[in-house]
Design a protein around this ligand. Structure first.
Ligand SMILES: [Zn+2]
Length: 228
């Protein structure tokens, strides 16, 4: 089936934004969790940043690799779902929510976790190795999603599906720095569970609840072939 019509109604968009938000949290939380494992104590986390426990300097950057590993595993799980054509929306949503285009742009600009990792291997060409690696991991899921869309207005629909859910979460890093910058920097203490402020836990639980409500409100089996 290559005639999937990506839904842009409020329920699907709400679920997609919530999933993208939670994917960012999961990415950061996996960094944080590995930091706690490597350092023997939990560091600090906010909405989109993490800091290792004070004075902890792990020898090998497991903590840096862990986040992208989860993001790419999620994208490829999404790609597998799209290829099976049964959970097409969830598959595409998993690919989009893990921000393949943003990861690619960040790596090309010399930043991101992948840039940090490849700079360790090759300080001169690390940026380009990182970009090539991110492209190899991101482009197949993107291509599978693109090909699954109905051919009519495919490029526009694809671009909208990738970009629209990102708009509400674009300000998060700026707000995060304003609200939790001192906490991450170690200059302020906040009531927290496992190194995550309770206010952050509350936001994530609210977003997860929004995802559950929106996904329960979605029509069942929207990806059923219409001409079957
Ligand atoms: Zn990361």
């Amino acid at each position: 089936m290559r005639d999937y019509r990506f839904p842009f109604d409020a329920k699907h968009l709400t679920a997609l934004v919530a999933l993208a938000w939670l994917a960012s949290f999961a990415h950061e939380f996996v960094h944080h969790l590995n930091g706690a494992f490597v350092c023997g104590e939990a560091g600090r986390m906010s909405l989109s940043l993490f800091a290792l426990a004070n004075a902890c300097e792990p020898g090998w950057p497991w903590t840096t690799a862990a986040g992208p590993l989860l993001s790419y595993a999620s994208m490829w799980l999404g790609m597998a779902l799209v290829l099976r054509s049964r959970w097409t929306w969830w598959g595409m949503a998993l690919v989009i929510a893990n921000k393949p285009v943003l990861r690619l742009l960040t790596a090309a600009m010399g930043g991101g976790d992948e840039g940090v990792l490849f700079d360790l291997l090759s300080p001169v060409a690390g940026r380009w190795w990182a970009t090539a690696c991110v492209a190899a991991l991101s482009l197949p899921p993107l291509w599978v999603c693109y090909r699954m869309l109905a051919p009519r207005r495919r490029p526009g629909v694809f671009a909208a599906a990738l970009l629209l859910p990102m708009l509400p979460i674009l300000p998060v890093p700026f707000l995060d720095r304003a609200w939790y910058g001192e906490w991450i920097g170690g200059g302020a203490s906040l009531p927290a569970g496992f190194g995550v402020p309770w206010s952050v836990w509350a936001v994530e639980i609210a977003v997860a609840a929004a995802l559950i409500v929106a996904s329960l409100a979605m029509p069942r089996r929207v990806d059923r072939p219409r001409h079957a």
